[in-house]
Design a protein around this ligand. Structure first.
Ligand SMILES: Nc1ncnc2c1ncn2[C@@H]1O[C@H](COP(=O)(O)OP(=O)(O)OP(=O)(O)O)[C@@H](O)[C@H]1O
Ligand SMILES: CC(=O)N[C@H]1[C@@H]2OC[C@@H](O2)[C@@H](O)[C@@H]1O[C@H](C)C(=O)O
Length: 389
C-alpha cells in the first residue's frame, strides 16, 4: 500500500484541490481508498496574477519565476495541511496550467504547469512527481486529457457504456465501454475514447463576474441561469465554433474559451438585448450543447449513463438541461448521475487521479491512453523530485 497526496488547481483557478488516498494494485486490480481531501484557496493577489497570465498579460521572466515559486509554496502548504500527522510517501502535483497549446502537425503541443516539483519536495520532505503532460506531448499527444485511464480503472463497469463527464473550467469526457472479462475474444467492443468537449464553467463564471462587478464568481446551483431563457439564434451562432466539430483527439483551455472569447460573446449578444438571466441561460446552454454535439458526432454508441464530476456537477440546472438534451438527441432516457453516486468523490476526482498517475509513474506504468491523447505510444508521465535531506 502506498499513501499518496494528489494536488491540482484546474482551469477555474478556484483553489488547490488536495486528496490523500491509499493505493494498492496496478491497473485492473487498482484499489484507491479515500482518506481525506481539502480545497486550499489561493491568496487573492496570487489568484489574480494567475488569471492575468492565463489571459495573456505580458510578464517578465523574473515575474514568471516568482509566480512559479509562489505557486509551488502554496501547493506545498496545501499538502502539509492535508497531511497533518499522517505519513505520506508520495505527492503527485499537477500544478497550475497557465498555457496550453495543442499540437498542430508537424509542431508538437506545449503545456505549461507552474509550481515546480523540486520546491514542493523540499518544503514537504516528500518525493514529488510533477510535469505530467510533457511525456505525452513529446510522444505527439495533446497532453490532455490524462484522467481517462484513471477513470477506466476506477469507474469502468461490466455492463454500461459510460461517459465520465468532467465539468470544470473546461469540460472533458472519458467514454468507457463495458469492461466484461467474460466477453469472447471475437466480440469486439468499441475502444475507450476521451477528449475535451469545450467550455465547462469558464464562460458562466466570467459572465457572473462581469454581471456582478466581481462580487460573485459563479452561478450557484445554476439558480440565476434557471430564471432565464436561452437565446437560440445566438446559441446557433456560437455553435459554429470549429472546436466543437473537430474530431478527437482534441484539447483546449482558457486560451480559446477565456476572456477574449467571452468579450466576443458579449458583443454577439448586444443586438438581442438579453437580460442577465437570459445571457447566463444561453451560456449554460452552450456548455450543455457542446457536450451533446460532441457525443452525437464522436461516440460510437449512445452512453447508457453519464457520470458527472467537477464543480459543474453541482449545478442542478445544467445537469437537468444535459439530461433533457441527451434524451432529445438519442430519443431515449440517459441516466445522468454524479460520480459520488458510484463511490468516487466528484469534487476531488482530478486530485485523486494525479495521486494515481504519480503512483503509476513510480511503478513504471504508463499513464496516458494514446486513444485519448493521440500520442504515438503509451508513456511514463511525470518527473520525480526527491527532497535533499
Ligand atoms: N454549487 C455549485 N453550483 C454551480 N456551479 C458550481 C458549484 N460549485 C462549483 N461550481 C462551478 O465549478 C467550478 C469549479 O470546478 P472545478 O474545480 O471542477 O474546476 P477546475 O478543476 O478548476 O477546472 P478543470 O477541470 O477545467 O481543470 C467553479 O468555478 C463553478 O463555476
Ligand atoms: C492543460 C490542462 O490543464 N488541461 C485540463 C483542463 O481541465 C479540463 C480539461 O482541460 C482537461 O482535459 C485537462 O485536465 C484534466 C485534469 C485531464 O488532463 O484529464
Amino acid at each position: 500500500m502506498t499513501r499518496v497526496i494528489g494536488l491540482i488547481s484546474g482551469t477555474s483557478v478556484d483553489g488547490i484541490d488536495a486528496a490523500m488516498v491509499n493505493i494498492t494494485g496496478t491497473e485492473g486490480d487498482l484499489q484507491v481508498d479515500w482518506i481525506a481531501g481539502t480545497t486550499y484557496p489561493y491568496p487573492e493577489p496570487l489568484r489574480q496574477k494567475i488569471l492575468a497570465v492565463c489571459a495573456g498579460e505580458p510578464m517578465s521572466m523574473a515575474e514568471l519565476t516568482e509566480l512559479d515559486d509562489a505557486i509551488a509554496q502554496t501547493f506545498a502548504h496545501a499538502a502539509l495541511t492535508l497531511q497533518g500527522d499522517n505519513s505520506v510517501e508520495l505527492i503527485g502535483s499537477h500544478g497550475q496550467t497557465v498555457y496550453h497549446r495543442p499540437p498542430q502537425t508537424p509542431q508538437l503541443g506545449y503545456s505549461l504547469q507552474l509550481g515546480r516539483g523540486a520546491v514542493i519536495a523540499q518544503l514537504t520532505g516528500i518525493p514529488t512527481i510533477t510535469n505530467f503532460r510533457a511525456g505525452d506531448i513529446a510522444a505527439g499527444g495533446q497532453g490532455a486529457p490524462l484522467v481517462p485511464k484513471v477513470d477506466l480503472y476506477l469507474l469502468g463497469d461490466r455492463h454500461h457504456y459510460q461517459c465520465v463527464q468532467n465539468i470544470g473550467g473546461i469540460g472533458n469526457v472519458a467514454f468507457i465501454p463495458p469492461q466484461d472479462p467474460s466477453r469472447s475474444p471475437g466480440s469486439e467492443s468499441p475502444q475507450m475514447l476521451g477528449w475535451d468537449t469545450g467550455p465547462g464553467n469558464s464562460l458562466i463564471d466570467l459572465a457572473v463576474q462581469y454581471l456582478t462587478n466581481g462580487e460573485a464568481t459563479y452561478d450557484q446551483d445554476g439558480a440565476w441561469a434557471a430564471q432565464g431563457v436561452p437565446c437560440q439564434p445566438l446559441l446557433d451562432h456560437w455553435l459554429h465554433h470549429p472546436f466543437f466539430h473537430e474530431p478527437p483527439p482534441k484539447s483546449t483551455g482558457r486560451e480559446l474559451f477565456g476572456w477574449d472569447y467571452f468579450r466576443d460573446c458579449l458583443s454577439d449578444a448586444e443586438p438581442y438585448s438579453l437580460t442577465p438571466e437570459d445571457l447566463l441561460a444561453t451560456l449554460t446552454e452552450l456548455t450543455v450543447e457542446a457536450i451533446a454535439i460532441n457525443y452525437r458526432a464522436f461516440l460510437p454508441v449512445p452512453p447508457s449513463r453519464v457520470l458527472l464530476c467537477g464543480g459543474g456537477s453541482r449545478n442542478g440546472y445544467l445537469k437537468q438541461r444535459l439530461q433533457q438534451r441527451l434524451q432529445e438527441i438519442y430519443g431515449q432516457s440517459v441516466a445522468v448521475l454524479t460520480t459520488d453516486e458510484v463511490g468516487v468523490n466528484a469534487d476531488f476526482k482530478e486530485a485523486i487521479a494525479f495521486a494515481v498517475l504519480a503512483y503509476w509513474r513510480q511503478q513504471g506504468i504508463p499513464g496516458n491512453l494514446p486513444e485519448c491523447t493521440g500520442a504515438k505510444i503509451p508513456t511514463l508521465l511525470g518527473e520525480l523530485h526527491v527532497p535533499i535531506l
